[in-house]
Design a protein around this ligand. Structure first.
Ligand code: ADP
Ligand code: ZN
Length: 609
């Protein structure tokens, strides 16, 4: 019975999107909407939210209205829909009036299955266009923008509270990747959702590797970044930085080393930002150095890595940012650089902010993640209220479990230097004293005369950074943020200093980035398990990638909209040689099968003997 009922759903999924199965929850969500009930959907980035409203739109009479906060997002989704042969359009200020009136006409004639619209435009059309067309559903994308508690509050979103009054019989589905409870309830309240069912999918993204690099100084960071990019030959990634100037300087460093790189931050003109974004989407640049302002507007599915040059200020923003990698379900890597200097600066911002206690708390949770010596994924998931039964095996802690040694003497040296300088020094001065550096600051204060001056010369500065972070985490000293960030020894610190207790430190691992895994292993989703005996032909993959690039250029579309990286990998493993076989590949619907089948098969045939 159940199966029959879902027959048309699966059929539509296969026809238009080329997928055989729904992901968890998608099916329930779609059914709820088809029953004209409201719902709230929480799924991580890349979780597959779009299909939750696109499929009901296809299965219902009339047009689905999708409210989306960013023009670039609308563009991306409309292009992707059209590339699957689905009639979709967007009304926004980027179009000229002729384009907009054409789209309106198509709506009035019932020709569009999905209409994307900005919240402002929605309000101006509410008494005109919307009154005259048959609306199948409202989908509110990035719904957290309605809430001041969310991190992307948009005042225009709050006006959407009237939708239910005006269209009492049209179901509303609100979707977001931001999970926290206050925001969730606020969305329901403000949209006046009618007894909505809330769907929360797992926030786990097992295809994202997690790692933290602790205590790196700028030069070491740069070396590590170049090394990392080198190992990700030609693959796209994003580097998030805390400040605008940092994005610029990191980009310069990369360009100097031959990496094609764009910059994105709020200080640029809209034109400059659009260019940076479209260069990245269309693979003209490999890397974008960006502040948090970047990423919300893109659905680029082949971002293969995300780095955080600086510590993010909350786990929500961190998770959303790393979530921009690996949307196609293929392996992607994430790296966070964690330094004391960042922690100090962010703590200052948080304590000076208007919602002090919330922000400090959020930062502390971020700090816990960065300092973790248990599986990092478990920390992330538990933050989002999920319990995980076992370690993930795909984070640096799981791969290289920390080893401890008796570091009492190291800790004593540091604490003693803090003590002898009367606890009036910060981290960098402390390292100068330990390393015996005659910097101006040191000699001016006479710290070069201290008994501890130079006692830590045998340990490089970078390792001191690391050990000091560990000592902070172990609670041997605190940072007095209101006293120029001076270090103050705690009671347990005194216990180590006076030899009453031992201090166990984690051994610093020198190993940098491990070489990339063989391509064969990179696909995590189960489709590939079926063809496990087949191996990937890398030359074929490259040939397919070149073809995709040509086709994308002809149509002025981003390559990943033509076919995703994952589809290319599937093609180069199973090597279909007929149109039918080509159409059986997950991710190729009827439309793409007819449109691209011939061209790809021609290339594949050259590699099949
Ligand atoms: P979100 O909007 O939640 O960030 P998307 O809707 O962009 O995520 O989906 C992410 C990726 O997952 C897309 O490439 C999409 O085609 C793919 N996807 C969605 N649903 C399925 C499914 N049932 N099977 C396989 N892939 C899917
Ligand atoms: Zn782990």
């Amino acid at each position: 019975m159940q199966k029959d009922k879902n027959g048309p759903m699966i059929q539509t999924l296969k026809n238009y999107f080329g997928y055989e199965n729904f992901r968890p929850l998608q099916e329930d969500i779609i059914q709820t909407i088809l029953q004209k009930k409201d719902c709230l959907v929480l799924m991580p980035t890349g979780g597959g939210k779009s299909i939750c409203f696109q499929l009901p739109a296809l299965l219902s009479e009339g047009t689905a209205i999708v409210i989306s906060p960013l023009i670039s997002l609308m563009k991306d989704q409309v292009e992707a829909l059209k590339a699957n042969g689905i009639a979709a359009g967007a009304l926004n200020s980027n179009n000229n009036e002729t384009e907009n009136s054409e789209i309106k006409r198509a709506c009035l004639n019932g020709k569009l299955k999905l209409l994307y619209i900005s919240p402002e435009r929605l309000m101006t059309e509410i008494d005109f266009l919307l009154k005259d067309i048959q609306i199948s559903l409202f989908a509110i994308d990035e719904a957290h923008c309605i809430s001041q508690w969310g991190h992307d509050f948009r005042p225009e979103y709050t006006q959407m509270g009237v939708l239910h009054q005006r269209f009492p019989n049209v179901p509303i589905v609100a979707l977001t990747a931001t999970a926290d409870k206050i925001t969730r309830n606020d969305i329901i309240r403000q949209l006046h959702l009618n007894n909505p069912q809330t769907f929360i999918s797992s926030f786990d993204r097992p295809n994202l590797s997690l790692s933290v690099k602790r205590g790196y100084q700028q030069k070491e960071k740069h070396k590590a970044i170049l090394d990392f990019i080198d190992k990700h030959h030609g693959e796209c990634g994003i580097i998030y930085c805390m400040s605008r100037s940092k994005t610029e300087s990191v980009a310069q460093m990369l360009e100097k080393n031959g990496v094609k790189c764009g910059v994105y931050h709020a200080g640029l003109t809209p034109q400059q930002r659009d260019k940076a974004q479209s260069d990245f989407i269309n693979d003209r640049t490999q890397v974008v150095c960006a502040t948090i302002a970047f990423g919300m507007g893109i659905d680029k599915s082949n971002v293969r890595w995300v780095m955080h040059y600086n510590l993010p200020k909350s786990i929500e923003s961190f998770y959303q940012e790393i979530g921009r990698a690996g949307r196609d379900g293929m392996t992607a890597d994430t790296v966070l650089f964690y330094s004391l200097a960042d922690l100090i600066l962010l703590t200052k911002f948080a304590t000076e902010s208007s919602q002090q206690s919330i922000n400090v708390e959020k930062l502390q949770r971020m700090q816990q993640y960065a300092e973790a010596d248990i599986c990092r994924r478990r920390i992330l998931l538990s933050y989002f209220g999920e319990v995980s039964e076992k370690d993930c095996g795909n984070c640096d802690v799981c791969k290289n479990p920390p080893e401890r040694f008796d570091g009492t003497i190291i800790v004593q040296k540091a604490l003693s230097a803090i003590f002898r300088s009367e606890q009036n020094i910060g981290v960098s001065m402390l390292i100068d004293i330990l390393r015996g550096s005659f910097s101006a600051d040191v000699t001016e204060k006479g710290y070069d005369k201290l008994k501890t001056f130079g006692v830590g010369r045998d340990i490089p500065g970078r390792d001191w950074q690391d050990y000091l972070l560990q000592m902070l985490q172990l609670g041997y000293f605190e940072i007095a943020y209101n006293e120029k960030n001076h270090l103050k020894i705690t009671e347990s610190g005194y216990n180590v200093l006076y030899g009453k207790t031992k201090a166990m430190l984690v051994t610093i691992v020198r190993q940098e980035f491990t070489p990339k895994q063989k391509k064969k292993k990179v696909v995590v989703e189960k489709e590939l398990a079926l063809s496990i005996s087949a191996t990937e032909n890398e030359n074929l993959f490259e040939a397919l990638r070149t073809l995709r690039k040509e086709l994308a250029a002809q149509e002025a579309l981003p390559a990943y909209i033509v076919l995703t990286d994952k589809v290319l990998h599937l093609l180069s493993i199973s090597r279909p040689t007929t149109i039918e076989e080509f159409g059986n590949i997950s991710g190729i619907g009827e439309y793409k099968k007819q449109k691209y089948g011939k061209d790809f098969i021609k290339v594949i045939k050259q590699f099949v003997d």
